[in-house]
Design a protein around this ligand. Structure first.
Ligand code: ATP
Ligand code: ZN
Length: 283
């Protein structure tokens, strides 16, 4: 039987979450720090640990069937791969930032200026779309120090909290793209059975993350009011309690809707509300 290969980042910001996601899919493997390949013992899969920059091309060229990598890296490398699933981690945005002292009003003020970046292709596309002609200076790291050194008038880089910008006397000027980790596959690989199976497992883990199992006690008299307050539930399980006039409601609901309703549930008489994590939801 064919063995799939999935490429993930060897070390860095995406490594831990990628490993965690695959382990939550029930895949058994050693997270060797020293080796490039780790076999999965209970699924025909091998995990390749690579630099994130290499992952899109490895997938495009078929050296790996699948990969987990930031959208920013995929766009920068300009590869032709399939986006199979957004993964909800590694979120960041790419922005143009300028010195606090700069007096740029609109994007067109960047005409004729120099911008330092390690993402020249994404920047070139953005500038082109906005009809701006600027001098792109490609550098591989510590982009944020270049205006201070007189190497460029502005920068284009990943910004998460803005702390690094601030400590270098820079301010955000234009949002160019937002990014998160995605599962990519070789074009056509999405039709393979093993790939389908893995995507389904990943989706069941992601779904479970957003959802909680809730148990609460409710006075029978107010049962319908309480059920109506539980979002998205068609038919919760209702179990009688030993105490006359009370029932327990068991249900599965999206967490983000839940917290704002707690006070209303309590007002309606709900008690002993227990919220539990769910490991997987298989549809
Ligand atoms: P590698 O050694 O694999 O080339 P790297 O230094 O290029 O690693 P990391 O800093 O580990 O990369 O970031 C990997 C990815 O994590 C980024 O490409 C981006 O998609 C995402 N990311 C999320 N938040 C941030 C952030 N605050 N700074 C940088 N990258 C971030
Ligand atoms: Zn990298």
């Amino acid at each position: 039987m064919k063995t799939l290969k999935i490429a993930i980042q060897k070390s860095g910001r995406l490594n831990e979450k990628s490993v965690e996601l695959l382990k939550n899919c029930g895949l058994n493997f050693e997270n060797y720090k020293s080796s490039l390949i780790s076999p999965v013992s209970n699924f025909p899969l091998e995990i390749l640990f690579l630099r994130d920059d290499d992952i899109p091309e490895y997938v495009q060229d078929g050296i790996a069937d699948l990969g987990i990598v930031g959208e920013n890296v995929i766009q920068e490398t300009g590869v032709d791969v399939s986006y199979l699933q957004r993964l909800g981690f590694g979120k960041c945005s790419l922005k143009i930032a300028v010195p606090n002292t700069a007096n740029y009003q609109s994007l067109s003020d960047l005409n004729g200026e120099s911008i330092a970046t390690s993402y020249p292709n994404i920047l070139e596309k953005f500038l082109g779309e906005n009809n701006i002609k600027a001098d792109i200076r490609t550098i591989s790291g510590s982009v944020e120090i270049s205006p201070g050194l007189g190497l460029a008038n502005a920068i284009f880089d990943i910004v998460s909290t803005g702390g690094t910008l601030k400590s270098n006397g820079l301010k955000p000027f234009a949002d160019v793209m937002s990014s998160e980790a995605v599962l990519i596959g070789r074009k056509g690989s999405e039709n393979e059975d093993l790939v389908k199976e893995l995507i389904q497992r990943i989706q069941s883990v992601l779904r479970a993350k957003e959802t909680k199992y809730v148990v609460l006690n409710a006075p029978k008299d107010n049962l319908q009011t309480i059920i109506d307050l539980l979002p998205g539930v068609k038919s919760p399980s209702v179990v009688p309690l030993a105490e006359e006039g009370w029932v327990a409601i068991h249900t599965v609901i999206p967490e983000r809707d839940f917290w704002e309703r707690i006070s209303k549930l309590k007002e309606a008489g709900a008690q002993g509300i227990v919220v539990m994590p769910i490991e997987k939801i298989i549809l």
